[in-house]
Design a protein around this ligand. Sequence first.
Ligand code: HAM
Length: 412
Amino acid sequence: MKIQSIRGTHDIFGSDLKKFNKIRKQLVKIAKSFNFNEIHTPIFESTTLFSKPLGQQSDVVLKEMYTFLDRNKDSITLRPEYTTPMIRAAISNNLLNSIPCKLFGLGPMFRRERPQKGRYRQFNQINFEIFGTSDYFADVELIIIAHNFLKSIAPNLKFKLFINSLGDKENLKNYKNDLKKYFLKNIKDLSEESQKKIHSNCLRILDSKDSKDNKISLLAPKIISYLSSESLNHYENIKKTLNELNIEFIENPFLVRGLDYYCSTVFEFKTDSLGSQDTLIGGGRYDGLIKLIGGQDLPGIGWAGGVERMILLMDEISKTEKLIHFAILKDNFKSHALKAYNQLSSKNLPVFWNYKYNLKKSLSQASNENASHIVIIGDNEFEKKKYTIKNLINGSQKIADLKDLEKIINND
Ligand code: HAM
């Protein structure tokens, strides 16, 4: 019986795992330099944590959640995103007693979407969230972090930052009313999918991928004329500061994001190098969400980035680390070899015992696995209690005592 992996899931290993680890390393580094605290939350939560906050009519809630009844009939959902669990965790653990509360995390999310390149049913997200401030500088700070992070993991990648403001809840309500009226007037020219969204989720017609919808949206009312002076001021300050920092951005009045909790600033980092799944990072403000989940009435803002999409775009990581293979030519040389094996591994040098006891096979495996060195133990080395150490990158070879092996490898 050959058991297949579940559609839309994938294993991460080899060069992708190296990229994954680089992402994790850069994430921790950047989070530390901006003083964000790491948090891990459970992979499953009560379904109610997601259903209302993400929007009853959002695709994530309507079609994509992995929801099941536990044995005691509680409804449980595999987390489709990280913002709501982080808020739940901040409330549960009293982290909001000290604000601003700045958290970050990395972990798997689950959405039952149609799998394609860059879109999976289990995927990893990195997340940054700031709870407890409406200062526009928090928006800028998060954009700087996202920008620096992408530059650090993929220095050659070309990406674009798109921004928009959805105003406060009142601005958005008025805008949605007028937008609905406008789309109703033009209903016959909209795609079938968008026609269905007019009453349930008319904002999403604006970012439809159908060209018929895009044509109608071009002449639709624009959110900017609905913003209160406070919202407008917030948005203007962000743009001014990004300009001062030379962070390029494009204003996109059709950027609305897929989850219901957003208001005010929304932003996305996109690339032309990924096909249709082109958003690397998406985020925005969600004032009101913390209260909805049972906390104080605090504002919040954050972003999430898709790790698998980043991996697809990263350059191969060249191998500079050491890896020491062993060629032990006879079975009874094992204990002599073991002394070197133990000593090098105890100094944190990665060693590899191939169980082959054959020079040709050992050399060929060392070369296949890009080993940096091979320690050879033949008759001569065994008799003289020495080790031949061959540098597989430049071909040089030395005979050494046990005590000198580490120094030779590290100086190579
Ligand atoms: P989102 O736009 O749904 O936002 O997802 C953020 C990112 O996760 C996307 O831009 C994409 O890179 C990645 N992503 C989403 N779905 C998939 C998938 N099926 N396969 C691979 N990658 C995927 C959120 O989740 C919000 N919680 C972001 C946020 C944080 N807003 C405020 N704070």
